[in-house]
Design a protein around this ligand. Structure first.
Ligand code: UD1
Length: 415
């Protein structure tokens, strides 16, 4: 088990660059299974989750070449219609391979997925979509198995705009016969990027980014070339980090429109956010106004930045409230922040944060990916050094975090 030891820093000045999006690249890698031709993908972040997805698609039959941040994937034939448990159990988005496998071969067997322990995270909406497209779905021995002689386009209403279900159904429907409509679809930028990628492969998708996505099935998909979109959650994490210090920090490679609710809340906190050609500049005096936040599906405030933002609000001058509506169990960072001297009380899906003047260094544990990020941010403003245990969670989603932080003069070591 590796851990971080992080020393606090007084001021944050300089620049920090955002990598390709974790939640963007994973479904794109799964989508390469839809074609026999090679796909070239650029700006691929070097993350644990990406390595896990490489192993999964290799097992299925993909030839994967990686050269720094470029990746070529070629899947001339499907050798196994199954994703291996040892990888799927590590990462929920492994389930993304289900739709492409089903569409290409008519059979997909995937173990029930793992990933961050942030709630029940069922897959009923994915399966509802596959069934509506004509597949039979069965469970057994820990696997979900979907079979179909052919998939037929239809209209599917999602009870909740699930990101995962929207991606999986959209990918499956690309090769279905006729037109599929996904109603109440997720609108996240990563869904739009996946649709762009699939359309480059020859799919006919319109309406991504709105609540109705229309997919007209085609006979086959071809290879293509694509660059992963910037990671809005990594960008948001760095903006929040800047806000917590006396700072003048340029966050590079950002799409500001993807971060509207985060920018709005930072401004409400009294932080200056300036749009520049190269990215977003965050300027803070270190004084933070309290704010109330409710997490929502995109374009609402992202649940993935709830934990990092809570670290910021720990230092606000007054009381803030955060309501988590997307996942039912996403407050595991609270007990760790309280160990560092924060004053946070949970009441069901709400957290009441009473700002304190200082946080203290302590031994804390990253319980999931974004909880881990929240602790890194808290450690940087604590009075003394903090040790963060179980940082394998952080490695799942932040590319080369140590190098990026060290460039800002931060003392961070991995033990
Ligand atoms: C994706 C993101 C994750 C982000 C989340 C919400 C990836 C790899 N992960 O996760 O970082 O926090 O979106 O923005 O892109 N649900 C159901 N039934 C289903 C599917 C989901 O009830 O079949 C529920 C979940 O339990 C959860 C909510 O819907 O409460 C959101 O889940 P979903 O949007 O599917 O998130 P993920 O795709 O898992």
């Amino acid at each position: 088990m590796q851990k971080y030891i992080i020393e606090p820093i007084k001021e944050l000045n300089g620049e920090i660059e955002v990598d390709g999006a974790k939640n963007g690249i994973l479904p794109i890698m799964a989508a390469t299974l839809l074609s026999t031709e090679p796909c070239k993908i650029h700006r691929v972040p070097s993350l644990k989750d990406v390595s896990v997805m490489v192993e999964i698609i290799r097992h299925i039959g993909a030839k994967v070449d990686r050269d720094s941040s470029n990746m070529t994937v070629n899947v001339p034939e499907i050798k196994a219609n199954e994703a291996p448990y040892e990888y799927v159990s590590q990462m929920r988005s492994s389930f993304d391979v289900m739709g492409p496998l089903l569409a290409r071969t008519g059979l997909a067997r995937v173990p029930l997925p793992g990933g961050c322990a942030i709630g029940e995270r069922p897959i009923d909406l994915h399966l509802k979509g596959f069934k509506a497209l004509g597949a039979t779905v069965e469970f057994g021995h820990g696997f979900v198995e979907a079979r179909a002689d052919k998939l037929i386009g239809t209209s599917i209403y999602l009870d909740f705009p699930s990101v995962g279900a929207t991606k999986n159904i959209m990918m499956a429907a690309t090769l279905a016969e006729g037109v599929t409509l996904i109603e109440n679809a997720a609108k996240e930028p990563e869904i739009v990027d996946l649709a762009i990628f699939l359309n480059k492969m020859g799919a006919k998708i319109s309406g991504s980014g709105t609540q109705t996505i229309r997919i007209t099935g085609v006979k086959e998909l071809k290879g293509c070339e694509h660059s992963t979109l910037p990671d809005r959650i990594e960008a948001g994490t760095f903006l929040i980090m800047g806000a917590m210090h006396k700072s003048n920090l340029l966050v590079k490679n950002v799409v500001p429109s993807h971060l509207k609710p985060v920018i709005a809340k930072l401004i409400e906190c009294g932080i200056e956010i300036i749009e520049e050609d190269e990215g977003l500049r965050v300027k803070s005096s270190g004084k933070i106004n309290p704010v109330d936040i409710t997490t929502l599906p995109y374009p609402g405030f992202p649940t993935d930045l709830q934990a990092p933002f809570m670290s910021l609000l720990c230092l606000a001058e007054g009381n803030s409230t955060i309501v988590e509506t997307v996942f039912e169990n996403r407050f595991s960072h609270v007990s760790e922040l309280n160990r560092m001297g924060a004053k946070i009380k949970i009441d069901g899906h709400s957290a009441r944060i009473t700002g304190v003047e200082k946080l203290q260094g302590a031994d804390v544990k990253a319980t999931d990916l974004r909880a881990g990020a929240a602790l890194v941010l808290a450690a940087l403003v604590a009075e003394d050094a903090t040790t963060i245990h179980e940082i394998h969670h952080i490695d799942r989603g932040y590319n080369d975090l140590e190098t990026k932080l060290k460039k800002l003069g931060i003392h961070i070591s991995r033990i």
